[in-house]
Design a protein around this ligand. Structure first.
Ligand SMILES: NC(=O)C1=CN([C@@H]2O[C@H](COP(=O)(O)OP(=O)(O)OC[C@H]3O[C@@H](n4cnc5c(N)ncnc54)[C@H](OP(=O)(O)O)[C@@H]3O)[C@@H](O)[C@H]2O)C=CC1
Ligand SMILES: CC(=O)N[C@@H](CCC(=O)OP(=O)(O)O)C(=O)O
Length: 319
């Protein structure tokens, strides 16, 4: 059986990646798409891999609520999701709704879509808040040490400029970023709050944006309550993620360039100085940070195998 999906915000970075993945998904088909600025244009004019018959529709909640699809994904800026959630909930059999924005990530009525920590709640879920990209990397990098920490971990993060979306800003201006690295949100970034909330433990996070397009690297310093050796730390992470298809634990320090186009998160480094451990986490912000994670969540919600449509090596071979 093939499920159908409607995508709101299909011309954006995250929406475009999701459309690319759906082109290779054996159980999910992109059937409808909406946009703010491209209404009436074929989606294929913007995305080469889009089905030929999809014409961009207006993105009013009423239009979306009338789509006869099994699932809807919102790939819109923060602050817009509530109108869609309300209109879809009024339908007799509402489709599964996955929101890529931050709007419902703190709402207990929604399932927080980090499968490695909430898999059972995601099976059959109807409303899923997809996690933030940095928040995904921070949580997966810190979780195996919960209960062993002597204080807040500190995460130094750098992302590619696709993280800043398509609306022009200094954070996605290649000229401003050339030969540059831009710190921002030095305190209080949303993903600091999101990761702290869902870990149940405070973390500190400082983001930077770099001239490359995609990828995130996080260097996380973790204060330990008891000394632990590097080999023991590596073994702890290997154990924690032994059965996780989208978390790769490596002994070496991973580099962000190798994260591009991968569906998974890589955790490595594991250097320790007595009670001071450092791990490095890399991921593709548009994939495990957004679209691949959304596919993982849709698969769980619809009862499909979790890795359907997320091929292994090379990661995007079928897309
Ligand atoms: N980029 C990333 O790495 C990640 C993004 N996210 C989240 O996913 C969502 C989408 O992000 P991203 O794809 O980067 O964003 P983009 O800026 O690339 O795309 C935004 C999409 O939303 C549509 N849109 C509708 N209303 C507006 C508006 N008022 N202003 C701007 N765009 C509008 C745009 O339509 P049109 O082009 O037709 O105008 C476009 O399709 C956001 O909530 C973001 O936080 C989550 C994880 C990672
Ligand atoms: C470079 C850049 O601006 N990155 C974005 C990444 C966060 C993002 O896209 O995630 P949300 O879904 O939580 O909005 C930022 O720091 O806000």
């Amino acid at each position: 059986m093939t499920y159908t999906l409607g995508l709101v915000g299909a011309r954006g970075h995250a929406g475009g990646e999701l459309a690319r993945l759906l082109a290779g998904h054996p159980g999910l088909r992109l059937a409808r798409a909406a946009s703010r600025q491209g209404v009436g244009e074929p989606l294929r004019a913007h995305l080469a891999h889009a089905p030929a018959d999809i014409v961009l529709e207006d993105m009013s909640p009423e239009t979306i609520a009338a789509w006869p699809v099994d699932a809807v994904v919102l790939a819109l800026p923060n602050g817009l999701a509530a109108g869609y959630a309300g209109a879809l909930a009024a339908r007799p059999r509402a489709p599964v709704l996955v929101d890529l924005s931050a709007d419902f990530r703190f709402d207990p009525a929604w399932v927080y879509g980090l499968p490695e920590r909430h898999r059972e709640q995601l099976r059959g879920a109807r409303r899923i808040a997809n996690p933030g990209c940095y928040a995904t990397g921070i949580q997966l990098g810190v979780a195996p040490l919960l209960g062993l920490l002597a204080g807040p971990p500190q995460a130094f993060g750098v992302s590619g400029y696709s993280g800043a979306g398509t609306t022009p800003s200094p954070r996605n201006d290649p000229e401003r970023l050339r030969d540059n690295l831009m710190p921002y949100a030095l305190t209080g970034h949303l993903h600091e709050r999101e990761a702290s909330h869902h870990l149940g433990h405070p973390v500190r996070f400082v983001p930077h944006v770099a001239p490359f397009f995609r990828g995130i690297t996080l260097t996380i310093t973790l204060p330990l309550a008891q000394p632990e050796g590097s080999a023991a730390l590596l073994a702890r992470y290997r154990d924690a993620y032994a059965d996780e298809p989208l978390v790769r634990v490596v002994a070496d320090v991973p580099e962000v360039r190798a994260a591009a186009d991968r569906h998974d998160v890589t955790i490595g480094g594991f250097q320790v100085d007595d009670r001071h451990a450092v791990v490095v986490v890399t991921l593709d912000n548009l994939l495990k940070g957004a679209a691949s994670q959304a596919v993982q969540n849709l698969n769980l919600a619809l009862g499909l195998p979790e890795r359907h449509g997320l091929p292994h090596d090379p990661p995007l071979a079928a897309a």
